[in-house]
Design a protein around this ligand. Structure first.
Ligand SMILES: NC(=O)c1ccc[n+]([C@@H]2O[C@H](COP(=O)([O-])OP(=O)(O)OC[C@H]3O[C@@H](n4cnc5c(N)ncnc54)[C@H](OP(=O)(O)O)[C@@H]3O)[C@@H](O)[C@H]2O)c1
Length: 454
């Protein structure tokens, strides 16, 4: 192993390993958008500096280079290999070749043979101030956990990236406790059962779990949704058929209470929640106007999702364009973003308007309140005069009991083509931090998930 600059090339069995910070650096600048494109070979210090428009010193501080100042040949998929040594991660430990109960009730030996010897985990390293960055999460390789009696060993196959994760990184008061420093970052996953000592779960079943940013996790089966051995699109259970879909359907029907002919405005319209809200609104006979960032997303919202209109909130004249798109005012505003979008929506709200307050993504990285004047009393006055209903909700706390009804309805809508779904799958757990930072910046186009295995 040789070192140069402030970073270290970790070579083991000739495999070049890239520290996640390096990948994040490139990813967040959009220079390498998929692992398939691979990382460059050759004189990468100069390449990185030129391509990313940074100094060679900055490039050196974010990449691993070999002794000759080169990124060792390989693609980003190489980075999927186990992180065996880094200045921040403890050395990986080896598992015994057989787990103690790998011949348990359903634990097939053949399945166990495919187990990786280590469990890559992303732990919370720092609480971000403002936008999370490359230091927020740290990749650590640990042993694959050993299942005990009454437990399942799950292998995460897809990790959902969701805006709420920003809240979990923060110690500020919230509806859920923060992730502790050094603990594995939380997240919804779709996983396969590797060993089972829990009735109702067989080896090879796919399950929806809260498995976190890691390869393997133990479970006692509680709270899992069993998708069976051969689900058609397993990752969709993290999107339109799962939490975001339930959020959209329940928030709209229970709080928005749409009536045919009413005008529904949906913020974050191209994302998994907003896209689903608007399409359900259309199915229920509403006039639906989306709000999204950029002409590409807006084109998709109208042409593919079937909204009546979509307004680009980043374009000049946004407030006027919105006004023109809702000649009869707004009866329901599905709030996903807050900030400047909310400012433009408020004057257009009708008497008795309903506002499901689902999310405020524009504020998640904010470090202070927006500049004055304080408009809280104006808002309260408007709520009073127009007798509006604003109701916040947390999907599983408030509407978890409706999951069965939602699941049946949504499965049918998706099967019939009544609801369209756009998903963005990014390969490799090591891509997750950069992909998450990008999500908060509005770079996701559709539901963003990480595929952990090929
Ligand atoms: N209450 C609950 O239980 C619950 C459950 C799930 C989700 N949520 C919330 O619902 C919202 C949507 O969730 P999702 O999973 O569908 O997320 P998402 O749409 O994938 O979220 C990312 C999108 O938010 C938009 N965005 C980012 N920054 C923005 C800004 N400053 N101003 C306006 N828009 C911005 C971007 O779209 P553009 O490019 O169009 O800006 C981006 O693509 C989020 O606020 C989330 O926290 C709440």
């Amino acid at each position: 192993m040789q070192t140069q600059g402030r970073n270290i090339v970790t070579l083991r069995s000739g495999v070049p390993l890239f520290e996640p910070r390096a990948l994040a650096f490139v990813q967040t600048r959009g220079q390498v958008s998929s692992p398939e494109r691979g990382l460059p070979e050759g004189h990468a210090v100069e390449w990185a500096a030129r391509t990313l428009n940074v100094t060679t010193d900055q490039a050196l501080s974010t990449w691993f280079f070999d002794g000759a100042g080169r990124v060792a040949p390989g693609s980003a998929s190489s980075a999927r290999h186990r992180l065996t040594h880094s200045p921040r991660a403890p050395p990986a430990r080896r598992l015994p070749s057989r787990l103690p109960n790998d011949a348990g009730s359903n634990g097939g030996g053949a399945h166990m043979a495919e187990l990786s010897s280590s469990n890559r985990t992303f732990v919370l390293a720092e609480r971000p101030k403002g936008e999370p960055d490359a230091n927020t999460l740290r990749l650590v390789a640990v042993d694959v956990p050993t299942p005990g009696k009454g437990q399942l060993l799950l292998r995460n196959r897809y990790l959902s990236l969701d805006p709420y994760m920003r809240g979990r990184m923060s110690a500020a008061p919230s509806y859920a406790p923060p992730v502790e420093l050094g603990a594995v970052m939380v997240g919804g996953t779709v996983a396969t059962v590797e060993t089972s000592d829990v009735p109702g779960f067989s080896v090879g079943d796919w399950v929806v779990a809260f498995g976190g940013w890691q390869d393997y996790v133990l479970s006692d089966g509680k709270g899992l949704i069993n998708l069976g051995p051969n689900p058609e699109n397993p990752s969709w259970a993290l999107g339109v058929l799962g939490m975001p879909g339930l959020t959209a359907w329940a928030g709209l029907t229970q709080i928005g209470r749409p009536q045919a002919g009413e005008t529904l405005v949906v913020a974050g319209a191209s994302g998994p929640v907003g896209a689903t809200v608007g399409q359900i609104g259309k199915l229920l006979g509403c006039h639906v106007v989306g709000i999204a960032g950029g002409s590409k997303k807006c084109g998709h919202v109208v042409d593919t999702l079937g909204f009546d209109a979509c307004i680009d909130y980043k374009a000049d004249g946004f407030a006027d364009a919105l006004k023109a798109a809702v000649p009869s005012g707004i009866d329901i505003y599905f709030e996903n973003v807050g900030g400047a979008v909310l400012d433009a929506v408020l004057p257009r709200l009708n008497t008795s308007a309903r506002i499901p307050v689902c999310g405020l993504i524009s504020q998640y990285n904010a470090t202070s309140l927006p500049p004055g004047p304080d408009r809280l009393n104006l808002l309260m006055g408007m709520i009073l005069r127009k007798r509006m209903t604003l109701r916040g909700f947390i999907v599983f706390d408030d509407f978890g009991h409706l999951y069965g009804e939602f699941s049946k309805k949504m499965t049918e809508w998706v099967k019939n083509g009544d609801i369209q779904y756009r998903e963005e799958v990014i390969s490799g757990l090591e891509q997750a931090p950069a992909a998450f930072i990008g999500l908060l910046r509005g770079e996701a186009f559709g539901k963003r998930v990480i595929a952990l295995t090929p």
